[in-house]
Design a protein around this ligand. Structure first.
Ligand SMILES: NC(=O)c1ccc[n+]([C@@H]2O[C@H](COP(=O)([O-])OP(=O)(O)OC[C@H]3O[C@@H](n4cnc5c(N)ncnc54)[C@H](OP(=O)(O)O)[C@@H]3O)[C@@H](O)[C@H]2O)c1
Length: 285
């Protein structure tokens, strides 16, 4: 049995779609906190198991009989995310899960500026020490985050973001989902770590030019604003302090080059070139 945590999320649902093309629905369990949100998938024959990352017992019930687990990283931040992911790992060990495929982040190092990198680093270490077999997908940023980063620039090409000349090796979430489905239905890896990136890294000045090209804007440019102005701007939009700090850490990590690495693992898993940023942006207009 293959199970997926966070199965109601964007990556989870995309992975379910690919898995259903590769294996029988009876071999798939979707772990969700709200079964009603699974929509069409609940009629596909997969097993739907309800569990909450806040509730250890529910996770232990949901992971019973699971051989391969896709542990999608928690969407929470800080200590809550750390607690969520710790509970999943403990439940997996208790239930005798054989292999965990975990979605980590590109640079989960001690020196990382990105807050989530510390959560992922901790979870990777727990999984390594657990004795379960593992595959780590150290994902770069999704293409789908670009509209969130650039906000109103989707309408005029003028990006204000405190990333300096930092570059990001954006990758398509759909491509990552396809690659995950190939790993989950393929032969076991005896403990492996992959850096999952798009084919090239782009600064936000590059993204502005790509937007100009894709949307046909007359002008487009990236302005590197002070990090503190960005953080205050987020607070001004009503984001809580913790979330603003999270997004500020993301910009800081991009500026520091934590997301600029590229690797051909994704291409290897797909057996074709991954979708590039320009193609992704052209598809939005
Ligand atoms: N690489 C990147 O650019 C990038 C960008 C964003 C996020 N991420 C990370 O990658 C993960 C997958 O991305 P995504 O786009 O699929 O995220 P997503 O759409 O936000 O999905 C996250 C899923 O986690 C579930 N969840 C949240 N809290 C939970 C809880 N307490 N118990 C059980 N389930 C809970 C949510 O359930 P509900 O549907 O019930 O809310 C949701 O289905 C994220 O969780 C985050 O760690 C990476």
């Amino acid at each position: 049995m293959i199970a997926i945590t966070g199965a109601n999320g964007n990556l989870g649902k995309a992975t379910l779609s690919f898995l259903l093309k590769k294996t029988s629905p009876q071999h798939i369990a979707a772990i969700v906190r709200d079964a009603a949100k699974l929509g069409e998938f609940s009629k596909s024959g997969i097993e739907v198991r309800v569990a909450d990352y806040e509730d250890q017992e529910s996770l232990e019930k949901a992971l019973a009989g699971v051989d391969r687990l896709l542990q999608i990283s928690s969407s929470a931040t800080g200590v809550r995310a750390m607690a969520h992911e710790t509970r999943v790992v403990h439940a997996a060990v208790k239930c005798g899960v054989q292999e965990v495929v975990y979605t980590s982040t590109l640079f989960p190092h001690e020196s990382a500026r990105f807050q989530s990198a510390h959560v992922c680093r901790n979870t990777e270490a727990m999984i390594r020490q657990s004795g379960m077999k593992y595959v780590f997908f150290r994902n770069s940023m999704y293409h789908e985050t670009i509209p969130l980063f650039v906000g109103e620039a989707m309408g005029d090409g003028r990006i204000f973001y405190p990333s300096g000349s930092g570059r990001v090796s954006f990758a398509s979430r759909r491509d990552i989902a396809e690659a995950l489905s190939n790993v989950l239905t393929g032969p076991e890896f005896a403990n492996a770590t992959f850096h999952i990136t798009g084919p090239s890294a782009h600064s936000f000045a590059d993204i502005a030019l790509a937007l100009k090209d894709a949307a046909g804007f007359g002008e487009a440019a990236h302005t590197d604003i002070p990090a503190e102005d960005y953080r205050k701007g987020l607070l001004g939009y009503g984001l809580p302090e913790e979330e603003a700090a999270f997004y500020a850490s993301m910009a800081d990590s991009i500026r520091a080059g934590e997301f600029e690495g590229t690797d051909r693992s994704l291409e290897g898993f797909l057996g074709r070139k991954p979708l590039g940023v320009q193609e992704y942006l052209r598809g939005l207009f």
